[in-house]
Design a binder for this molecule. Structure first.
Ligand SMILES: Nc1nc2c(ncn2[C@@H]2O[C@H](COP(=O)(O)OP(=O)(O)OP(=O)(O)O)[C@@H](O)[C@H]2O)c(=O)[nH]1
Ligand SMILES: [Mg+2]
Length: 190
């Protein structure tokens, strides 16, 4: 499916009426700075829609984008970065956990984004634990594949598959690699 319209609706920091809307949603999560917001922009073809940053911690709210007037793409803050103020980090971590455990939302897919050089970290494994426990379906995306050689990439993908047991979609935002495959996986190929 092509994306014909995408617009920012709102950012939330806790319970909100938007959570009870009957709109199917996809959530984007991962460690800070892995490229969650960049991937969301690439999927929609709107480079400036979600805010992207050089420093971790750019996204600080749970941001809802209405896609084709039928779906929400939900951009979450990142977890697991060591920079920034401890109180703020803890707040964001709690917000992410709340989103997936409060029982208020049931995304039909969670996109767990990893960075190619770091691979699957302990923070990601914890997050996968939460998703499994709550019964949220998820797909793993390995982003920034431009940062590894072909050989390193093969090893990295094999390792992630072995640990997670699932498929891994490889993406690179600057070249657009894997973006169509991800869009089709989320919205269907028709
Ligand atoms: N080389 C390379 N850089 C990328 C890629 N995708 C994103 N980036 C860069 O990575 C940085 C972080 O991107 P964001 O999209 O802000 O990352 P995020 O995961 O949303 O970060 P937080 O909101 O802080 O959690 C930016 O400088 C992007 O330009 C990629 O595929 N390759
Ligand atoms: Mg972001």
């Amino acid at each position: 499916m092509n994306i014909t319209s995408a617009e920012f609706v709102k950012g939330i920091r806790g319970s909100d009426a938007i959570l009870s809307e009957a709109v199917p949603s996809v959530a984007f999560i991962g460690r800070s700075n892995v490229g969650k917001s960049s991937i969301l922009n690439a999927l929609t073809g709107k480079p400036g829609m979600a805010r992207v940053g050089d420093k971790p911690g750019k996204t600080t709210e749970i941001n809802f984008f209405l896609i084709n007037r039928t779906h929400y793409f939900v951009d979450l803050p990142g977890y697991g970065y060591s920079m920034g103020e401890r109180g703020q980090r803890e707040k964001l971590r709690k917000l992410i956990i709340w989103y997936f455990t409060s029982g208020e939302v049931r995304p039909y897919m969670v996109v767990l984004i990893l960075e190619s050089k770091a691979g699957l970290t302990k923070f990601d494994e914890q997050m996968i634990g939460v998703l499994k426990e709550q019964g949220h379906p998820y797909v793993i995306v390995l982003n920034k594949v431009d940062k590894l050689s072909q050989k390193e990439l093969q090893l990295r993908v094999a390792k992630i598959k072995e640990k997670s047991g699932g498929t891994v979609i490889q993406t690179c935002v600057p070249t657009g690699k894997g973006i169509r495959a991800l869009r089709d996986a989320l919205l269907g190929s028709v």
